[in-house]
Design a protein. Structure first.
Length: 253
């Protein structure tokens, strides 16, 4: 299920509009209530400072979470290319017919893994997923048959390598699903709205144009976090550089 933060640029404009409206609500509340007693403004500044501090911490933690998940996706892409390349070399240890079949299947599998990173159409992604699963079953069947036909430590090593290939795809899929929790986004949005209401409540009425600054800055922060956290929706994405490099080297070989 896709959410608003899966579309970072849409999130930016929606956030800016909502946060700007929050400042206007705060300004309207000030017109109704205002300051009734001396010292209320000083107490208000304490609350505003604490709220903005909490907001900055939440944004910082969310940004750190997004960076960690982005790095994890990059690491698993490199690991996946490494284990596929290693298994391609290990396949030479099988009988000639099994080795050729394993090489052919690994090349097709590698092409599907590259598509996993580059395709964005949901229907095409479903096709890629089905094709990947089918190739995984075929590769395991070939290696399993070769290992059980004439068992040996070498064939066991090849089978173990194929297991790593299959596991690496699962780890990659899990890393792509590992996103910033909905509760974290909800908390960040709630505190941002409250902060802008307070800003609007205590702002100088003569400089209302400055009320757009904080909503804009916060929207940019949300945009950056969503760009890094969204594997397919943003401009900042993990590309299959290592897989493409491996594909080129196997084609040349």
């Amino acid at each position: 299920m896709q959410r608003l933060w899966d579309f970072p640029r849409v999130l930016f404009f929606v956030s800016w509009a909502v946060l700007w409206l929050s400042t206007k609500i705060g300004a309207s509340l000030h017109k109704w209530w205002g300051w009734h007693e001396q010292g209320e403004g000083r107490d208000f500044n304490v609350v505003l400072t604490a709220t903005l501090t909490l907001l900055s911490l939440i944004i910082g933690f969310s940004f750190s979470m997004a960076i960690g998940r982005y790095d994890q996706r990059k690491d698993y892409e490199a690991i996946e290319a490494n284990v596929i390349g290693t298994e391609y070399d290990r396949a030479d240890l099988l009988e000639l017919a099994d080795a050729e079949q394993t090489h052919d299947l690994l090349k097709k599998y590698l092409a599907e893994r590259v598509l996993f990173y580059t395709v964005h159409n949901p229907r095409e992604l479903i096709r890629v997923g089905r094709q990947t699963t089918q190739l995984q079953q075929q590769m395991w069947s070939v290696v399993q048959a070769a290992a059980t036909r004439k068992p040996s430590p070498i064939k066991t090593l090849v089978a173990a390598g194929m297991n790593e290939v299959l596991d690496s795809a699962g780890y990659t899929q899990a890393a792509w699903r590992n996103r910033i929790p909905v509760s974290a986004w909800s908390l960040m949005a709630t505190i941002a709205v409250c902060s802008n209401v307070l800003i609007g409540y205590g702002f100088d009425r003569k400089r209302t144009f400055l009320l757009t600054v904080l909503p804009f800055v916060l929207s940019v922060a949300f945009l950056l976090i969503a760009e890094i956290d969204s594997p397919r929706g943003g401009l900042i994405q993990v590309g299959p550089e290592n897989l493409i490099s491996l594909s080129e080297s196997l084609t040349a070989h």
